[in-house]
Design a protein around this ligand. Structure first.
Ligand code: LFR
Length: 494
């Protein structure tokens, strides 16, 4: 098993003189892969070990797209058993936390049985609702003012609106709506709770409180009794009842939204001058704030006022991200098969001349195309631009276009918040992509600092450590993290 990194040491010796050994598990599910990470807090040091990694994918049945929840649950159990088996004799896992991508959810009855299949957020069923809301200015403004979340095709609001409209009986069958992280917490502990960060991705939460928005629920015809008041991250939900091997472990409601976890792991400067970029399938560009960013300009810039684990705000925009690169790979038999081939592709792409024009990354045709290459070529053709000649050319075009998208997001945040961001901190898969980091620095005109950090899993573990009383708070956690973390700085080139 690879040890992912020793994060800190000497500082903790001073701060935590009597810390005892703790073993924690982070279940971290992404749209294309999932992992179980064992965190060991021993002698004032946290070590991470990836004990289990598995692919995840959207599966189509007929005209619709779904998640395979049974397969995910099987992998979670396998990973947690592996984590327990790795512990020294007599040791036990103290806690488990689950984070997943946002918006997707299950509908349950009182017995906890699924009453509707779990659709994947890229399913096109929300398109009519998206257009309907987008075409009604007054409703759009009202929903944005109420929830702080713009009109995006994957919102839980649009998904549930479609579920209730296409299958009205569901309003009688279902008694509970849980987001996927909530659902796995429920399977593990038997306790059904809605956690705040993942709830905040839904476009159903009240932007000014930590409760649900009655205006939004009513607008989308969603039964309000499906939800309970969200718990803040760090809440202990109860012991693991699902697996005898973990019977002493507590299930902690960590920030259920992977992006909230990734943001928590950012070793950011406390003065608020860092912009955050969690770069994976999506590029999530944003910052932390005590207040939401609202109003017509924020709506036009599609700013999502998602929440932090403690109830503050993470205004961010969602740029399409490495989905473009993951997609284009499927169109080329010559795609890289290992790390060395990836590095070669990135290096070759970097040697090419800068593209004459960049992609419009907001093109809805990129959402879920059969062929990403065909979708890109169609946009270029429409704009009378030549298509790249090979995979390196597409890679260069995609990375430069994403870099521009990140820089545009920075500019609009600065305009609207009055802040000046001096650095962009990047975690996630894209932090290893030199071309993307450099393109972002060049377009944004500020250094990009990339961290060798499994951001989502580290944020998940940080919340558990704080809930267990091993670390004082997030500020302390970040301070410790920042001192010893390996970082690469990409200075902007003029
Ligand atoms: C990233 C992410 C984004 C969310 C998208 C869809 O994994 O959670 O934050 O907007 O997935 O849920």
């Amino acid at each position: 098993m690879p040890e992912l990194g020793v994060l800190w040491d000497p500082i903790l010796k001073l701060l935590m003189p009597s810390a005892k050994t703790l073993h924690l598990a982070a279940v971290d599910l992404g749209a294309t892969s999932g992992r179980i990470i064992l965190g060991t807090w021993a002698k004032n040091r946290l070590a991470l070990t990836e004990v289990h990694r598995f692919p995840n994918a959207i599966r189509s049945l007929g005209a619709h797209d779904y998640w395979e929840l049974g397969a995910l649950w099987h992998e979670i159990q396998t990973g947690l058993r592996k984590a327990a088996a790795l512990l020294p004799r007599g040791a036990r896992l103290a806690s488990v936390g689950v984070d997943t991508w946002g918006v997707d959810h299950v509908l349950l009855n009182d017995a906890g049985r699924l009453v509707f299949p779990a659709h994947a957020y890229r399913d096109n069923r929300t398109q009519p609702g998206l257009k309907r809301l987008g075409g009604t200015r007054a409703a759009l403004d009202r929903i944005y003012a109420a929830t702080g979340i713009p009109n995006v095709f994957y919102n839980t609001s649009l998904q549930l609106e479609e579920t209730v409209a296409s299958c009205p009986a569901v309003a009688d069958l279902a008694t509970r709506c849980l987001f996927l992280s909530d659902y796995f917490n429920y399977l593990l502990s038997g306790r059904a709770a809605n956690e705040l960060t993942i709830a905040s991705t839904s476009q159903l939460l009240d932007v000014h409180s930590t409760g649900w928005s009655r205006a939004a629920l009513d607008h989308f015809h969603i039964p309000p009794q499906w939800f309970t008041p969200p718990v803040l991250a760090g809440k202990k939900l109860g012991k693991v009842t699902a697996l005898p091997e973990l019977r002493d472990a507590v299930v902690i409601a960590v920030p259920g939204h992977d992006t909230a976890c990734a943001y928590d792991a950012m070793p950011a400067s406390p003065d608020g001058s860092d912009l955050f970029l969690s770069s994976g399938t999506w590029s999530l560009v944003g910052f932390e704030s005590d207040t939401p960013v609202l109003g017509p300009d924020a709506l036009a810039a599609r700013i999502s006022n998602e929440r932090t684990g403690d109830g503050r705000y993470r205004p961010l925009t969602n740029v399409i991200g490495l989905w473009l690169l993951e997609g284009i790979m499927k169109d080329f038999a010559s795609r890289p098969k290992n790390d060395a081939e990836w590095s070669k592709l990135i290096a070759n792409a970097g040697k090419l001349p800068a593209p004459a024009a960049l992609l419009d990354v907001a093109d809805p045709a990129f959402t879920n195309p059969k062929s990403m290459k065909a979708a890109i070529d169609a946009q270029l053709k429409r704009r009378r631009l030549a298509a790249p000649r090979n995979l390196a050319g597409y890679t260069r075009l995609i990375c430069d276009s994403l870099g521009r998208g990140h820089a545009d997001a920075k500019a609009s945040f600065e305009r609207m918040s009055g802040r000046v961001f001096k650095r962009i901190l990047i975690v996630g898969g894209g932090s290893k992509n030199r071309l993307l980091c450099q393109a972002t620095a060049d377009a944004a005109g500020v250094p990009v600092v990339s961290f060798a950090l499994e951001g989502t899993a580290v944020g998940n573990l940080a919340c558990q450590l704080i809930a267990l009383g091993a670390v004082k708070n997030l500020a302390t956690f970040r301070q410790l993290l920042a001192r010893d973390l390996k970082q690469t700085v990409y200075a902007p080139r003029v």
